[in-house]
Write a protein that binds this ligand. Structure first.
Ligand code: GLN
Length: 455
């Protein structure tokens, strides 16, 4: 814990930690020490972790990197962090992210961008990805041993791929969403971001639980994931989806995908070409459904119930109060999503956009169900269409350019499936590249074991 606290002090240029809790960390570390001495250590006892700013931690500012939650200090603890503290983990502080988890570069944060500890070929600063950019940067720079992330449409896996770390998005319902500030409730899921697959197995075991406070939390037993890491994958059927071979896929990504395929084959897995025919509709469906749910979830930030209220002028009434508070409190990307969401949910366009997207979502899920019915245990694909790119590169671009980053990641969120990104190779300039495995529902153990072979 002391080593992490001093590493955090020395790495302020990365802007990964946005709120540090050193007193809490030392107290929790001392308690962990006592537990260890008493012979009561659990696997996470004394392990210093960072927490994405989207998790409510009692007594610690929790803002989801938004100005609108300025001054909000929750009186309650998210179930995930409660589970981690019960397992003996040590809280180092809150980690940077895109505002309300909307983004792929961590540049849409009220705290400013987080920086990737990896540098470009000419020494330029790179994005750590997003939205869990602070989490990924902190793990990659050894500021903590592990971090929490959330993945609504890739926000754990893409930053993991950009920083050479491991990121696991569990099955929808595996981990409680209670106390996690909502983005798109039918897609959100928290998971571990770690240095190794083994660490991800240990941390998922600590985070997961069936929680009566989250009605979508599933009543599935949580196995001892670490004990499932045998490395034996003989006879497993791995699907290679042809629709992920998109136009313009860089050669180095295609080559990496082949390397991963060969590694699994050599370890005894059977490789099968498969088709997920509705893949190309996933991104547009996601960018209808996620903003729709976001516009509804974010309606609660009205200047009354949480956080910040704008300064009002003479004669301003409640409508002006809402308008000014929300105009000042939400950043441009969040405002854009609220407008898209409100539009697709409006009476005149509901059927054309929102309902259509829900139907597409059902077809995407059916593609995966069919693959599973054909005996496919997991699907292997790239995590991202590129390695980490320079900070600022998306500034000039149209927002759709950023949305295209998510082409490989959003499909499994729409289907509620688990996925893991593992660092497998490097691009020409030595930057990390990741591959993702997409698993069957609630088979995170199997997924981790396959990832263990790729690592
Ligand atoms: N980039 C995606 C988005 O902006 C991912 C978000 C996420 O998973 N939280 O919606």
């Amino acid at each position: 814990t002391d080593a992490c606290l001093s590493a955090i002090e020395g790495a302020s240029a990365l802007n990964a930690f946005v709120h540090k809790t050193p007193d809490m960390a030392r107290e929790m570390a001392a308690a962990a020490d006592r537990r260890i001495r008493a012979g009561e250590a659990a696997p996470m006892t004394g392990i210093p972790v960072g927490i994405k700013d989207v998790f409510c931690v009692r007594g610690v500012p929790s803002q989801a990197a938004s100005r609108i939650l300025e001054g909000f200090t929750p009186e309650y603890e998210s179930t995930v962090t409660r589970n981690l503290w019960d397992a003996g983990a040590v809280m180092l502080g809150k980690l940077n992210m895109d505002e309300f988890a909307m983004g792929s570069t961590n540049e849409a944060s009220c705290y400013g961008r987080a920086v990737n500890p990896w540098k470009g070929a000419a020494g330029e600063e790179l994005t750590p990805g997003g939205s869990s950019g602070g989490s990924a940067a902190a793990v990659a720079a050894d500021l903590c041993l592990a971090a929490t992330g959330t993945d609504t449409g890739g926000s754990i896996r893409q930053p993991a791929a950009f920083t050479g770390t491991v990121g696991l998005r569990p099955t929808y319902g595996r981990v409680s969403r209670w106390g996690v500030i909502a983005y798109a409730s039918s897609l959100d899921q928290a998971g571990p971001m770690t240095k190794t697959v083994r660490d991800a197995a240990i941390m998922l075991g600590a985070m997961a639980s069936c929680d009566p406070q989250d009605s979508t939390s599933a009543d599935h037993p949580v196995p001892d994931y670490e004990s499932l890491l045998s490395g034996d994958i003989r006879g497993k059927k791995i699907g290679i989806p042809r629709e992920y071979r998109i136009d313009g896929l860089p050669d180095e990504i295609a080559a990496l995908w082949q390397i991963g395929t060969d590694m699994l084959r050599e370890a005894g897995a059977e490789i099968v070409d498969i088709s997920l025919p509705h893949t190309k509709y996933a991104l547009p469906a996601y960018y209808v459904i996620a903003p729709a749910e976001a516009s509804s979830n974010l309606a609660r930030y009205d200047g009354v119930r949480y956080g910040r209220r704008a300064r009002l002028g003479q004669g301003d009434g409640i409508v002006e109060m809402y308008e000014k508070t929300r105009a000042e409190g939400f950043g441009p990307e969040v405002q854009r999503r609220i407008m898209i969401g409100t539009y697709v949910l409006s009476a005149g366009f509901y059927d054309a956009y929102y309902n259509r997207a829900r139907k597409v979502r059902a077809l995407i899920k059916r593609d995966f169900d069919r693959a599973h019915a054909d005996g496919i245990d997991a699907i292997l694909a790239p995590t991202t269409p590129s390695s980490a790119f320079p900070l600022g590169a998306m500034d000039q671009a149209d927002p759709v350019q950023m949305y295209l980053q998510d082409v490989f990641t959003v499909t499994l969120n729409l289907a509620g499936l688990p996925g893991i990104s593992v660092p497998v190779g490097q691009d020409r300039s030595g930057l990390p590249l990741g591959l993702q495995l997409i698993g069957r529902p609630f088979e995170e153990g199997e997924l981790l074991n396959l990832a263990f072979v790729l690592e």
